[in-house]
Design a protein around this ligand. Structure first.
Ligand code: PEP
Length: 247
């Protein structure tokens, strides 16, 4: 049984005044029947971890460096995320791939470092609109999984988020048939590569304009084990109904 996961990606949003969102979530979900994770900006990570102490909410980073330490100005290592209270990290988000030119090999190196440090790794994959229109979606996803997902010993610490780039922050959402096609495809690829047991343990999230109004429909799709949520994770009022739809 894969434990469902509701993960919020705050991106470059949030300062100390927004930590009340975490305490509100903690009050609303005292015994969540799914895993709840919020990934705030790095500047908030430590305070976020303190804000959810004792609650059933985990906090995570949005990126990490492949090296443990060194002369990498502005970067943050996996160990540093753990030191700040993180238990997970999002890697290879399309905004990192686009604005920071992160290739699959970089994402894979980061994922290896994060796994070695003991973090749960959420690797993001997803096609552009041009790639979907050219019927290249499955080929793109296969390439990203092959290139960005490291070899692993345990499927529990790896999560893959399917995030079509054209659905992120746009209000556009693939239909459930399109989501099912990609998630079934990812499951098959992972089981082919890692074997039925480990490949069956890896959680597959859908991400891209998930909201209270579409969450239930998306979560009913087979092989959708939860969501990676951007905009709608910024307030407890928006995120809570999504968590409820997963429970
Ligand atoms: C994201 O960027 O991970 C995301 C899913 O964003 P949104 O929910 O705002 O589309």
């Amino acid at each position: 049984m894969r434990l469902k996961l509701a993960a919020g990606n705050w991106k470059m949003n949030g300062t100390g005044g927004d930590l009340h969102v975490l305490t509100e979530l903690a009050q609303r979900h005292t015994h969540p029947a799914c895993e709840l994770l919020i990934c705030p900006p790095a500047t908030l990570l430590h305070r976020a971890a303190q804000a959810v102490e004792g609650a059933e909410i985990a906090v995570g980073g949005q990126d990490c460096h492949p090296q443990g330490n060194g002369a990498y100005t502005g970067d943050i290592s996996a160990q540093m995320l753990i030191d700040a209270g993180a238990s997970a990290v999002i890697l290879g988000h399309s905004e990192r791939r686009q604005y920071h030119a992160e290739a699959d090999e970089t994402v894979c190196a980061k994922a290896l470092a994060a796994q070695a440090a003991g973090l749960t790794v959420i690797v993001c994959v997803g096609e552009s609109l041009a790639q979907r229109e050219a019927a290249e979606t499955l080929q793109v996803i296969a390439g990203q999984i092959a290139g960005s997902v490291p070899d692993l010993a345990s499927g529990n610490a790896l999560v893959i988020a399917y995030e079509p780039i054209w659905a992120i922050g746009t209000g556009l959402v693939p239909d459930t048939g399109q989501i099912a096609e990609v998630h079934d495809f990812m499951r098959t690829r992972l089981q082919d590569r890692f074997g039925a047991e480990i490949g069956g343990q890896i959680r597959l999230l859908y991400g891209g304009s998930v909201k209270a109004t579409n969450a239930e429909e998306i979560f009913a799709v087979p092989n959708v084990d939860g969501a990676l949520v951007g905009g709608a994770s910024l307030t407890a009022a928006d995120f809570s109904p999504i968590v409820r739809a997963l429970e």
